[in-house]
Design a binder for this molecule. Structure first.
Ligand code: ADP
Ligand code: MG
Length: 755
């Protein structure tokens, strides 16, 4: 029934998982749950779905599901499996946040874990699936953990109903005890299969001293390897998109390709669009795709606030580090130029056609060099890597549990991650791993493993989701790792403040028996909020806006606030440098005056969204206005999706039509919008620090932009990009506070009262 090409068969035959097919399938047949651990590259993601397919798991109208914590992996792996099985992408499909090619013919569906969670909301038993593979379970993303908890119960019910669902938990590490030896999760420990691997030896090279600037150090190491060492691909691990792009551009300059270095990044990506100068302006385009939308195609997908955060690089964090000011540091001894190098970036936000390039053969006579974030650690295996350069760092978003201040922090990765990265060098032959840190630092400062996400971030969205599907006793949920009482109390408090939960009326002695998080029930407002694939704050804004005439603005605003990094960062692209001031001017112009100006950074966002559509939604406009093209397109999709969600909840006469090219809000509308923003941010309020509050000797200038935020002791500074810097209102709301260079900044600011 399967018709693979001989080439594919030959490649498959070499994968370590192939000889294990029978053992794996026997375990899956006999058990409800199987844990499968195997080195990255052993063939788990690409082969297990095919095993299931060949064993008939996609017959009788059932389908096979595979979840991935990363969008990149869902897309890339569905394409690969379709190709290996010689089937169309109608049949082997993917579904991620805003896009997908799944159809009624789909037999194998790759999706992000959030997509499957949303499906559980509609059908707790996931009846259309016969088998579900939870991939990359070792990453311990919040949604993966919750899925495993839910599925542990789901498989029991399905078994009783004589319609078994097979759960396969796939991990790239042997550290599976949270799933395996957790009697709350699975009464009897699930069968565990270990895929033995043929890993070639990788020689470790530690630095004697740990360099101060790891980005420069990584670049220099790559230059050295390329000049001195025998052929073989190079893979560099850095922490974020900006770092990747900096090093890619330096390496491309150092070793230009003979063919002029056409990396084929032409028109599609906005990144180079500007350097290519405008060709012709597409004006007055009336046919914007937003005009009509098909309600049947709109699905509610949860957004992952944590997704890709490790790559999402707050410009503030690294702007100074990455600026080009210190060219001398990058200088390497000027020997002969060296052979051309085929340098490719790899990070989650890269368009998928660009990502696919790392799997292709480099041009004749070129060495491949992939500069990646930790996407390349376990999700994607790049062929023929012989040299790994590991800076030993990882970027994570951290929340201060008390204050809610969030921060991107670059820290040492775990030993487990460093081992994974090194392993990438030994896939096709013996290799080398250059660790740009000393073995002493490795021994003393690297943690063995990184903590599961559920312990690191607020769980209010998770709690609202659970309460909305009827899981009230959130404390007793079979978590692979319990988030802890404090986390649950924190989330519950936020949701109670937002009016999504209410404390149940049970009084007296019974109350004592409740665990944290368990005593509240979802309110009607909470139920409405749970429908939206948004963080609870934003859901509340939408729910409220519905009672006024400003839903369409609220939709645009919430869509804009949900998508991160909407505004372009000057340090990203050298060709953008001269534009900073014109962008700032445009933003001031958008801010307008009066009640509109009081909306502050949010009117700028709103008008950016409207202007983008008005100007035809082009990448060129984005460059001119300092917007990130990909973000704007995601906002467009999200607006469409949210409008659809709302229309499904309301009667026909109230249905919204989506007018992409919004007019700016009137004075009254702007006032309403300010109130709505405030309702979603009841605990994110700041007050200007008054001169009279300062001690005599304190520098007044230093406190010019300083505010006092809730429980935070230190003053918080209005971010330099805020349009409210000119007026400094006394009371404001803000989206978030983050720390950078030992200062705290707030951004996304709106005035509560005129100053
Ligand atoms: P695992 O999930 O165990 O890490 P995979 O199934 O992802 O392993 O990978 C198995 C093999 O398939 C690897 O050698 C990888 O390089 C190859 N592979 C995966 N995706 C592609 C692709 N798009 N093009 C070519 N080869 C690929
Ligand atoms: Mg995999």
């Amino acid at each position: 029934q399967v018709n693979r090409t001989p080439e594919i068969e030959a490649v498959r035959a070499k994968l370590p998982i192939i000889p294990e097919e029978q053992i794996i399938m026997e375990s899956i047949t006999e058990n409800a749950v199987t844990v499968l651990a195997g080195e990255t590259g052993s063939g788990k993601t690409t082969q297990v779905p095919q095993f299931l397919y060949e064993a008939g798991y996609a017959l009788n109208d059932k389908i096979i599901g595979v979840t991935e914590p990363r969008r990149v992996a869902a897309i890339s792996m569905s394409h690969r499996v379709a190709k290996e099985l010689n089937l169309s992408t109608d049949i082997v499909s993917y579904q991620i946040r805003f896009e997908g090619n799944a159809s009624s013919k789909t037999k194998i569906k790759f999706m992000t874990d959030g997509v499957l969670l949303k499906e559980i909301e509609k059908d707790f038993l996931l009846t259309k699936y016969s088998a579900i593979c939870i991939d990359e379970a070792h990453e311990r993303s919040l949604y993966t953990d919750i899925l495993i908890g839910l599925l542990s119960r789901c498989v029991m019910v399905r078994k009783k109903r004589n319609d078994p669902l097979k759960l396969i938990i796939m991990s790239a590490t042997m550290r599976v005890e949270d799933f395996q030896e957790n009697s709350k999760l699975f009464k009897a420990p699930p069968t565990m299969i270990h895929v033995p691997t043929r890993q070639f030896p990788v020689q470790m090279h530690f630095n004697k001293v740990t360099p101060e600037n790891y980005i420069v150090a990584a670049y220099k190491k790559a230059v050295q390897i390329h000049r001195k060492l025998p052929p073989g691909g190079i893979l560099i691990f850095l922490t974020g998109q900006q770092e990747v792009r900096t090093v890619v551009s330096k390496l491309r300059k150092a070793f230009p390709r003979k063919d002029g270095g056409n990396y084929g990044t032409k028109s599609k990506s906005n990144e180079n669009a500007f350097t290519k100068r405008k060709k012709k302006q597409s004006k007055g385009n009336q046919n914007i795709a937003l005009r009509t939308f098909d309600l049947d195609k709109i699905k509610a997908l949860p957004l992952k606030s944590g997704e890709e955060s490790e790559e999402e690089c707050g410009s503030e964090n690294s702007e100074d580090e990455l600026d080009d000011d210190f060219d001398s540091e990058w200088a390497v001894d000027n020997e002969a130029g060296g052979d051309p190098l085929h340098v490719l970036p790899l990070y989650s936000m890269l368009p998928s056609n660009e990502q696919q390039k790392v799997f292709e053969h480099p041009p004749e006579g070129c060495r491949l060099c992939v500069v990646a974030t930790n996407v390349a650690e376990t999700s994607l295996t790049i062929p023929s890597v012989r040299y790994v350069i590991d800076v030993g760092k990882v970027k994570t978003k951290e929340w201060d549990k008390l204050t809610g201040v969030q921060q991107f922090r670059v820290t040492w990765c775990s030993k487990a991650s460093a081992e994974q990265r090194a392993g990438r060098a030994g896939r096709t032959g013996p290799g080398h791993c250059y660790r740009l840190f000393s073995s002493a630092v490795y021994d003393s400062e690297f943690e063995q493993y990184s903590a599961p996400e559920i312990l690191l971030r607020p769980v209010d969205d998770m709690m609202l989701f659970m309460k909305s599907i009827g899981i009230d006793r959130v404390c007793n949920f079979p978590y692979p790792t319990h988030p802890g009482e404090n986390q649950l109390v924190g989330a519950e408090t936020t949701l109670i403040n937002l009016g999504a939960l209410e404390v149940s009326k049970v009084k007296g002695k019974h109350q004592k028996s409740f665990n944290s998080g368990d005593q509240s029930r979802i309110t009607d407002l909470g139920k409405t909020m749970a429908h939206f694939p948004l963080s609870p704050r934003f859901s509340k804004m939408l729910a409220l806006s519905f009672h006024h005439s400003v839903v369409e603005y609220a939709v645009a605003l919430v869509a804009g606030l949900t998508i991160q990094e909407v505004f372009l960062d000057v340090s990203l692209d050298e060709s953008c440098k001269g534009l900073k001031s014109s962008w700032a001017k445009l933003r001031r112009q958008w801010a307008g005056a009066g009640s509109q100006l009081l909306l502050g950074d949010n009117i700028v966002l709103l008008r950016a969204v409207g202007a983008f559509e008005y100007e035809g939604g082009t990448g060129e406009f984005c460059q001119k206005a300092g917007l990130r093209f990909k973000a704007m397109k995601e906002i467009r999709k999200l607006r469409k999706q949210l409008t659809g969600e709302i229309n499904m909840m309301v009667s026909a006469e109230h249905e919204l039509s989506l007018n992409p090219q919004m007019k700016p809000p009137t004075e009254d509308e702007a006032t309403l919008l300010r109130q709505i923003l405030l309702s979603g941010l009841p605990d994110r309020i700041a007050k200007k620090i008054d001169d009279s509050e300062l001690k005599q000797d304190e520098d007044k200038k230093k406190y010019k932009y300083a505010y006092r935020c809730g429980e935070l002791e230190d003053p918080v500074i209005m971010h330099p990009s805020s349009v409210l810097r000119g007026s400094l209102p006394e009371w404001v709301t803000y989206q978030d506070v983050f720390e950078s260079n030992q200062k705290m900044y707030m951004r996304g600011i709106t005035a509560i009262e005129p100053s």
